[in-house]
Design a protein around this ligand. Structure first.
Ligand SMILES: *Cc1c(COP(=O)(O)O)cnc(C)c1O
Length: 344
């Protein structure tokens, strides 16, 4: 058993509620949300919708569920969903596109997870009985497997124009959208105008213990509420969780800049180490780097684990580190010291 305090860099999902967040949770007014009577959930949904200038919102247990509900509401069985090949909706949701909605994915290889309007235009199917009906485009911002990369808003605007021209819906997996907004100094309202639906995780860097919100039009969210119930995601007195989420949106957005600075510091050090092959550009709170042979991902991970520094394997040659509110400046310095000490 390692007695050093853990430096948890595997994911920003490991964040624990702060004392003030716990107080907000303890004081939450609750009711039965399936009856629409949980005041804390209603307040969170209203706040999130207002923040993005969307008509309505729906609180769900996870980001996988908000994404899967969105796909289900936007499509009919047999339709095609355009997304990037490493996108969470395709890569990490257990085959949910096919399983939950009977749709198939049309994959595009992006640049650090990002796809362009030109690439999408090439894979929209013509109206032909042989072809699946293209129905939905889904983007991810920030892109997890792209190393936390951020989209350029002009590119998204072009994609939206293309979707309009072809009658397609545009969904955003914004699990870490607040990281992009803080890093790029953007206005959430811009995103509300560009997308038909947005999924936002409260349980990642924002620091709430559980939950995601789905944003969209009134009509869209009404249908989404029905699908959430079918999927078993209708919760009762979940206002305790919504209170944590509201607290996160009110108090823990701006501080994401600290996580970004920590990640940049790690990225800079890594790029100078002789056993590191390359580091993906660090734009937010994710650092993905490739190890140089003969060192292996396992060697490096096991070495760091001796000091209770936890990282995750992204591929056979890549390691991912994610910074968040439970990673202190002292921990970052400690990690840097240990990275310097590693030798093949
Ligand atoms: C974490 C994540 C999600 C949702 O994950 P849950 O664990 O189901 O909340 C969705 N998209 C991306 C890009 C993510 O990183």
């Amino acid at each position: 058993m390692n007695t050093l305090a853990a430096t948890e860099l595997r994911s920003d999902t490991f964040t624990k509620p702060t004392p003030n967040m716990l107080t907000a949770m303890m004081n939450a007014a609750v009711g039965d949300d399936v009856f629409g009577e949980d005041p804390s959930i209603n307040a969170l949904e209203q706040m999130a919708a207002n923040m993005f200038g969307m008509e309505a919102a729906l609180f769900c247990p996870s980001g996988t569920m908000t994404n899967q509900i969105a796909i289900n509401v936007h499509t009919q069985p047999g339709d095609e969903v355009i997304c990037e090949e490493g996108s969470h909706i395709f890569y990490y949701e257990g085959g949910g596109i096919g399983r939950n909605s009977g749709c198939q994915a049309r994959l595009i290889k992006g640049n650090r997870g990002q796809i362009t309007a030109a690439q999408i235009a090439e894979v929209i199917n013509p109206d032909d009985v042989h072809r699946a009906r293209t129905r939905l485009v889904s983007l991810e911002n920030t892109c997890n497997r792209g190393g936390g990369s951020c989209y350029n808003l002009n590119e998204i605007a072009e994609i939206r124009n293309l979707c309009n021209a072809h009658g397609l819906s545009l969904h955003l997996d914004g699990a870490r959208l607040m990281n992009a907004i803080v890093a790029q100094n953007e206005d959430p309202l811009t995103y509300g105008k560009l997308f038909h639906s947005i999924s936002l995780c409260l349980s990642k860097g924002l620091g709430a213990p559980v939950g995601s919100v789905l944003l969209g039009s009134k009509e869209f969210i009404k249908e989404a509420r029905r699908v959430r119930k079918v999927m078993g995601g209708g919760m009762r007195q979940a206002g305790f969780l919504a209170a944590a989420a509201s607290y996160a949106l009110e108090h823990q957005v701006e501080r994401l800049a600290i996580d970004h600075a920590h990640a940049k510091k790690l990225g800079m050090v890594l790029s100078e180490l002789n056993w590191v092959d390359s580091v993906l550009p660090v734009e937010t709170n994710i650092v993905i780097f490739a190890i140089k042979m003969p060192a292996t991902v396992k060697q490096v991970s096991d070495y760091l684990l001796q000091y209770n520094i936890r990282v995750s394997a992204m591929s056979s040659t890549q390691i991912r580190m994610v910074t968040h509110l439970d990673v202190t400046p002292e921990m970052i310095d400690f990690v840097i010291e240990k990275l310097h000490d590693f030798s093949m």
